[in-house]
Design a protein around this ligand. Structure first.
Ligand code: NAD
Ligand code: AKB
Length: 318
C-alpha cells in the first residue's frame, strides 16, 4: 500500500482525489496538504492534513520524511486564466513546485504524479486528433510551465530513475469543489447557473470546441495510471486523455433538454477566448488506451444528467 502526500489538495481535483485515495488505501495513508487551511471538520476529521507550500524544499521534504511518504500526487498550481493575471507567480508556483517535488522524490525514493493539461499545446499544434507527440508551442505561461513540467518529469525518470507518471487532463467538470481559475471553468459554472437562474452568460464563443472530462473519469485515470505495470508504459508522462469534446452551444443544448426554459447568452471575454482558441479541438488518447487501458465512462449526455442530478441535490441542501 502506498503512503501518499497530495499537494494542492483543497483544489477542484484534490478535494475529490484525496477522498478517492483514502477510500482505496485507507484514510491514514493519505496526507492532504495545501497553503490554504481546510474548512473545519472537513479534512482533519477523516485523515491527516499538513500546511505545505510546494515551493519550499524544506516543507515538502519535512512532510515526506515525517509521514514516511513514498508517493506524491503534485496538484498545486495556478491555472490558465489566473496564470495570465499573475505570470510571475504562476512561474514560481508551477515550476518551483514541480522542481522541488522532483528533488525530494529523487532524494527520498518517491513516485510522482504530475497532471499536465491540454494547455501544453498551442496554436501551431494540429487541432484535430492532436497526437501524443506533436508540436508544443503554448502561448500562455500556464502552458509553458506544463510543457516544462512534462519534460522535467521525463528527465528525472531518465536521469535519476524517479517513477514519474502523468496525464494531460482536458477541462474537468465536477460538482464538489469549484474550479480554480481556468479557461474551461465555464463548463462547470453553466450547471450552477442553469439550476439557480435558468440562464448563463458564457465567456467563450458558441463554437469554441474543447476536450472535457467528468471528474469520476479523471480520478479513475489518475489511480489507474499510478497502479499500471511500469513495464507496459512506453511513455511515462503527459499521456493525452479525453472523454468528450464539445462547444458551449452543444453543452447548452444538452442542458436545455433537462432544464425547462434554459437560455444561453454570450458575452465573450477576449483574453479567455484567445487562450481557448490556442488549444486543440480534440486530442487523440490512443496511447493511453493501448498502454494502460484508459477508457472513459462518461460522455456529454451521461455527464450532463449526473451533474444536474447531483448539483440539484447539493444546492437544495445549502
Ligand atoms: P485548483 O486551482 O482548483 O487547486 C490548486 C490548489 O493548489 C489550490 O487549493 C491552491 O490553494 C493550491 N496551491 C496554490 N499555490 C500553492 C503552493 N505554493 N503550495 C501548495 N499549494 C498551493 O487546481 P485543480 O483544478 O485542482 O488542478 C490541480 C492540478 O491539475 C493542477 O496542476 C492543474 O494544472 C491540473 N489540471 C487541472 C485541470 C482542471 O480542469 N481542473 C485540467 C488540466 C490540468
Ligand atoms: C484550465 O482551463 O486552465 C484548466 C486546464 C484545461 O488545464 N482547466
Amino acid at each position: 500500500m502506498p503512503k501518499i502526500l497530495v499537494t494542492g489538495a483543497l483544489g477542484q481535483i484534490g478535494t475529490e482525489l484525496v477522498a478517492a485515495l483514502r477510500e482505496r488505501y485507507g484514510a491514514d495513508r493519505v496526507v492532504a496538504s495545501d497553503i490554504r487551511m481546510p474548512t473545519r471538520g472537513r479534512h482533519e476529521a477523516v485523515g491527516p492534513f499538513d500546511f505545505v507550500d510546494c515551493t519550499s524544499l524544506h516543507q515538502v521534504r519535512e512532510a515526506v520524511n515525517r509521514h514516511r511518504v513514498d508517493t506524491i500526487y503534485h496538484l498545486a498550481a495556478l491555472l490558465s486564466a489566473v496564470g495570465e493575471e499573475k505570470p510571475q507567480v504562476a512561474w514560481d508556483v508551477n515550476m518551483g513546485g514541480i522542481y522541488r517535488v522532483l528533488e525530494v522524490a529523487r532524494q527520498s525514493g518517491c513516485a510522482v504524479f504530475f497532471p499536465s493539461s491540454i494547455a501544453a499545446f498551442g496554436p501551431s499544434t494540429p487541432a484535430e486528433m492532436t497526437p501524443q507527440e506533436t508540436i508544443q508551442r503554448p502561448t500562455t505561461i500556464y502552458g509553458v510551465t506544463k510543457v516544462s513540467g512534462e519534460l522535467l518529469c521525463d528527465y528525472y525518470h531518465r536521469r535519476f530513475a524517479v517513477d514519474t507518471r502523468g496525464v494531460r487532463f482536458p477541462g474537468l467538470i465536477s460538482h464538489v469543489a469549484l474550479p480554480g481559475g481556468g479557461t474551461t471553468d465555464y463548463a462547470v459554472e453553466i450547471f450552477y447557473e442553469a439550476i439557480r437562474n435558468r440562464r448563463y452568460r458564457c465567456p467563450l464563443g458558441p463554437d469554441t470546441r474543447l476536450d472535457m472530462m467528468y471528474m469520476p473519469d479523471a480520478l479513475r485515470a489518475t489511480i489507474e495510471l499510478m497502479e499500471a505495470d511500469a513495464a507496459q508504459l512506453v511513455h511515462r508522462n503527459s499521456f493525452n486523455i479525453t472523454a468528450m469534446s464539445f462547444t458551449p452551444e452543444e453543452l447548452a443544448a444538452q442542458i436545455a433538454r433537462h432544464v425547462d426554459g434554459f437560455k444561453m447568452e454570450y458575452e465573450i471575454e477576449p483574453e479567455l477566448q484567445k487562450i481557448a482558441d490556442s488549444w486543440p479541438d480534440r486530442i487523440d488518447d490512443g496511447e493511453a488506451r493501448s498502454q494502460w487501458g484508459w477508457n472513459p465512462e462518461y460522455d456529454l449526455e451521461r455527464m450532463t444528467v449526473d451533474m444536474l442530478e447531483r448539483l440539484e441535490a447539493k444546492l437544495s441542501r445549502s
